[in-house]
Design a protein around this ligand. Sequence first.
Ligand SMILES: *Cc1c(COP(=O)(O)O)cnc(C)c1O
Length: 419
Amino acid sequence: MISKMLLRNSGSLKSLTRGGEPFIQKELDYGAHNYHPLPVVLQRGQGIYVWDIAGKRYMDFLSAYSAVNQGHCHPKIVQTMIDQAQVLTITSRAFYNNLLGDTEELLCKTFGYQKVLMMNSGAEAGESAVKIARRWGYQVKGIPDNQAKVIFCTGNFWGRTLAACGSSDDPDRYRNFGPFGGLNFHLVPYDNIESLEEELKNPNTAAFMMEPIQGEAGVVVPSKGYLTKVRELCTKYNVLMIADEIQTGIGRAGKLLAVEWEGIKPDIVTLGKSLSGGLMPISAVLADESVLQVLDPNSHGSTFGGNPLACKIAKTALEVVFEENLINNSRELGEVFRAEFKKLEGGFVKEVRGKGLMNALEISTPSGAWELCEKMAEKGLLAKPTHGNIIRFAPPLVINREQLYEGISIIYDSIKESQ
Ligand SMILES: *Cc1c(COP(=O)(O)O)cnc(C)c1O
C-alpha cells in the first residue's frame, strides 16, 4: 500500500508511476520521509532527458536543482570519472596529490580569486564561508571574541545543517530542530538596502551572506542595482560580502556568476551543485588571500574535500561549460523562455521571472503548482514546485532552441488544461 500522504497529493498517481509502485514503496518503508517526490521512478539520464523504469522519456526541467547544468551523464565528464576512479580516488589531505593544485588554479583563474577551499556539499561550503568570515572578523576586523554577527536575508536557503537552519525564517527548516541561540545570525528582508545598512553599521558585523537570485524562495530576482549597493555598503562598513552562487553560478543565470549581471566582486563566493556536472558532491569557497589566510593547519577540513577524483571531475565539468558555450546558451534561451510566458501573464500565470535558464512561473491559484507539475509529467516534462504556487523551470544548459520550444509547448498545453 502506497502511503496515504502520497495518494492524497497525487491525483494522477497511477498514470505517473507506470509500474514504479514497488520502488516507491521500498523508499517509503526503509527511507526517511524527508522529501515529497513526484511519483515518477527514474532509471536513466542523458543530456536534457531522463527515462522512467517503463522507458518513458521526460525532459528534465529541474536539473537536480541545477546540479546537472552540463546535462545528465555528460560523456566527457563520465569518462574522466571512470579514468580517474581506476587510478586514485582519495588520499585525504594528510598528503599532497597531483591533481588538487591544478583544479585550485583553474577555479581561481576562472572565477577571478586568489585562493580556493574545496569542500563537498553546498551546505558545507556555506558553513565554511561563515566560519572563515567569523575568523576574519576576529583576526582582521578586530571584533571582540565570540561577538561576531552574520547577516542573512529572509527567504534564504543554503542547506540543511544546523547553522543553515539557524539562519532560516522558514518554519519547515527550523521547527523542532533548535535551539539556535548562540549563532548570532540576523535576518534582513531580501532586496532591502536600508535594513541591511542598519545591520552593517554594527561594528561586530563580520559578513552578509546572500544569494544573487534566491532559488528555493521561488527564483526571487532583486531590483536592479541591489547587488551594487550591497557591494558598496559592505566595503564602506568593512563587512565581508558572501555570495552564495551554489545554484545561480556556473552559467545557470546566464553569466558565469550571477553577480556579473552587476559587475561586482563579492569577498567570498560559494559554488556547488554543477561544479561536478552532477556526478558527485563537490563544492568550493573562493576568496582572496587577505580573507582565506585566516585558515591555518588544523583549523578546518574534510576527509573528502579536494580528493583527486573530485578535482579531476570538477576540472572537466568546468571545461565542458566553456567548450559547449553553455553560458551564452543559458542567457539567450532564457530570454526566449520568458518572452513566451510573458504572453500569458495576467491570467492563470501571474508572473514569469528569472535570469538565464533559472526561471519560475507564479500561478494565480494558491496550490495549482503541484497539479500542473503532474500534468506536465504526464506529457513528458519534469519540474517541481518550490512553493504552493511557484514552479521553477531550470533545464540543463545543454538544451537547444528546438528542445526548449518543445518544452514550452508542453507547459503551454498543461496550463491550458489547468485553467
Ligand atoms: C542547494 C543549495 C545549497 C545547498 O547545497 P547542498 O549541496 O544541498 O548542501 C546552498 N545554497 C543554495 C543557493 C542552494 O540552492
